[in-house]
Design a protein around this ligand. Structure first.
Ligand code: GLN
Length: 280
């Protein structure tokens, strides 16, 4: 069976599944054969893939922490590294579980939620650990927020979504009392980062990569966020962010300047410095 030399076996199978609506097990059992209309669609998708369009945009979905999230070019594609931020937040929350109950749930906030992957995953994973949670998320793009809304509904997570910049999107009623857990995977790519605007990244929204105030070091949003998050944390609360692998020292400094305590730099699974946690 001829597969295009530029597609990996996994990508080839994924596009065949998308073009035929049949699972790969069935396709393999049938010698990967496609009908004429299916083949035409497969070829159109393959051509787009050859032009570096991310596979997840072609398929319209991406797995994150074992769940399927619908994605579109209006949101950043969830990355496996971001699952490390989920793990760090869950570790902290399970240690604090005694503080929360149905009438006093853990208050979760995800800033710049994109597809909703952090807010939805944390909401569901906290519930699975019997930790009562009340979740909010914000995003600057109304279109992206609609996608997060769809993902929350499809995965059965109750997340209140607010349109606007970081914590400024929140109504006063939501800010009151503060949040116990604030997470964010903000834009942190610098405009001179060699990866930016090359290959697949150029298909993703620049607003999610370099932010609305692009800079050389990609630190603008991380700096702003650290200050805004501190102002919205409840006593004993945790703020956890993802950042680029060369930014950890700067992020730690931002956390120090903002006034966080217990500042904890962390590595991703590949051993690269990618997250910082801070407490009030
Ligand atoms: N992790 C992404 C990348 O470098 C960037 C995501 C972000 O800026 N939040 O491809």
């Amino acid at each position: 069976m001829a597969t295009s030399p530029s597609l990996s076996r996994q990508e080839d199978l994924a596009l065949r599944e998308a073009a035929s609506g049949r699972p790969r097990t069935q396709l393999i059992a049938n010698d990967l054969k496609l009908s004429e209309p299916e083949r035409a669609l497969y070829e159109r998708l393959a051509r787009r893939r050859f032009a570096d369009e991310p596979l997840s945009y072609l398929l319209g979905h991406k797995e994150f922490y074992g769940r399927r999230f619908w994605v579109s070019p209006s949101c950043l594609i969830p990355r496996p590294e971001t699952e490390g931020l989920v793990e760090a937040a869950l570790n902290w929350a399970t240690g604090q579980a005694h503080r929360f109950a149905t009438e006093a749930p853990l208050r979760l906030l995800d800033l710049g939620t994109g597809s909703g992957c952090l807010a939805v995953t944390l909401t569901l994973e906290l519930q699975a650990r019997r930790i009562a949670v009340r979740s909010c998320a914000t995003d600057l793009s109304e279109k992206t927020l609609q996608l997060a809304r769809n993902n929350a509904a499809w995965l059965g997570a109750a997340v209140q979504l607010f349109h606007g910049s970081w914590t400024l999107a929140l109504p006063d009623t939501e800010r009151a009392g503060g949040f116990d857990l604030i997470v964010s995977n903000p834009p942190y790519v610098g405009i001179e980062d060699p990866e930016f605007l090359s290959g697949e990244l150029s298909w993703e929204p620049a607003a999610a990569l370099v932010g609305s105030r692009p800079s050389q070091d990609g630190m603008n949003d991380l700096r702003e966020l650290s200050m805004q998050a501190l102002a919205c944390l409840a006593a004993g609360g945790l703020f956890a962010v993802e950042h680029g692998s060369r930014q950890q020292q700067q992020v730690v400094s931002c956390f120090q300047d903002a006034g966080f305590s217990h500042i904890t730099p962390m590595n991703d699974l590949a051993g690269r410095p990618r997250y910082v946690l801070g407490r009030l």
